[in-house]
Design a binder for this molecule. Structure first.
Ligand code: UTP
Length: 294
């Protein structure tokens, strides 16, 4: 059983400055909720209840978000705002939250290494704290990944999403060996390949399941030009050693929303706001009027 997840949220988020100057990008709101809340809810819905956030300086609002706030709670109770009280009661989520810090931002691989003692000898999920999967985070891809991980006795299962050819150079791309269309054995991975050299259009999509052997691989990865330990390089080592690496393709209703840059943050916010049960319809109307004017 895979019950724990490492959620790296320590990055500096420089592509979203100045919005991320003193607040974590993972706390940016997408419609009604901050990004990390969608991530935590998605994990719990897939049966993953122990969640370690790898945080850094200036990220304490993530801890505060999931904590109880007695003053706010008593004010809302006095005002008889039962619906809002329910919204902020994270004990209902039935997740156990843990926190540790990555002291220096040495890349995603290094951030995951901070979770080694937490994971211990057990397999674990990694969910990027700046990515939502599925509208409103409704996706069971992690559950399917865990099933595949267990049935194939894998060392790694990674979620992938088909991207247009002109976008392959922005992502880690897998080289599939064989597969049935929904799942693939992975023979290699390439970080940000040129379109002509890409082995497929299947981009790594921010969700992973790993055996603890990953930590040994990360320790062997040499820092890149920017001094960062890249997770993709550690995964490539798993493939090179002939270990069993698989990919699960996200379904059409499981779009990956990567909130790391402004264009995709804007798009994600608008798509989620349009789906808001209370305000979506009115927002759709005002958006139409804005577009007609433009
Ligand atoms: P990104 O690759 O988007 O990096 O991180 P970043 O540093 O946050 O953003 P930019 O490039 O400066 O704009 C993907 C995920 O990995 C985490 C981030 O918090 C994000 O959730 N991360 C990244 C870490 O936890 N530590 C790191 O050293 C780097």
């Amino acid at each position: 059983m895979v019950r724990s997840a490492i959620v790296p949220v320590a990055g500096l988020g420089t592509r979203l400055l100045p919005a991320t100057k003193s607040q974590p990008k993972e706390m940016l709101p997408v419609a009604r909720k901050p990004i990390v809340q969608y991530v935590a809810e998605e994990l719990v819905s897939s049966g993953v209840h122990d969640i370690l956030f790898v945080t850094g300086r200036g990220k304490s609002s993530i801890e505060n978000h999931f904590d109880a706030d007695p003053e706010l709670t008593s004010q809302l109770a006095a005002a008889k705002k039962a619906d809002l009280l329910k919204e902020i009661d994270f004990s209902e989520l039935q997740a156990n939250f843990f926190y540790t810090r990555q002291r220096v931002q040495r890349g995603l691989g290094d951030a995951i290494l901070c979770g080694e003692s937490f994971a211990g000898e057990q397999p674990f999920v990694v969910a990027l704290g700046d990515s939502i999967v599925g509208l409103n985070g409704h996706s069971r891809c992690v559950e399917r990944m865990i099933d595949l991980f267990e049935s194939k006795r894998a060392a790694c299962v990674v979620a992938v999403e088909e991207v247009p050819e002109h976008e392959v150079s922005h992502y880690g791309i897998i080289h599939p060996a064989d597969g049935d269309g929904e799942t693939f054995r992975v023979q290699d991975l390439v970080e940000k390949p040129a379109a002509a050299e890409a082995p497929s259009r299947l981009a790594i999509a921010g969700r992973y399941v790993f055996a603890p052997i990953l930590f040994d691989m990360i320790r062997q990865v040499k820092p890149d030009k920017r001094g960062e330990i890249q997770l993709t390089n550690a995964m490539k080592m798993l493939c090179d050693e002939g270990r069993r690496v698989f990919a699960v393709k996200l379904r059409p209703d499981e779009k990956r929303y990567d909130i790391g840059n402004f264009p995709s943050y804007y798009e994600t916010f608008v798509e989620f706001a349009l789906a808001d049960p209370e305000y979506g319809a009115a927002f759709r109307q005002s958006l139409r009027e804005l577009l007609d004017k433009a």
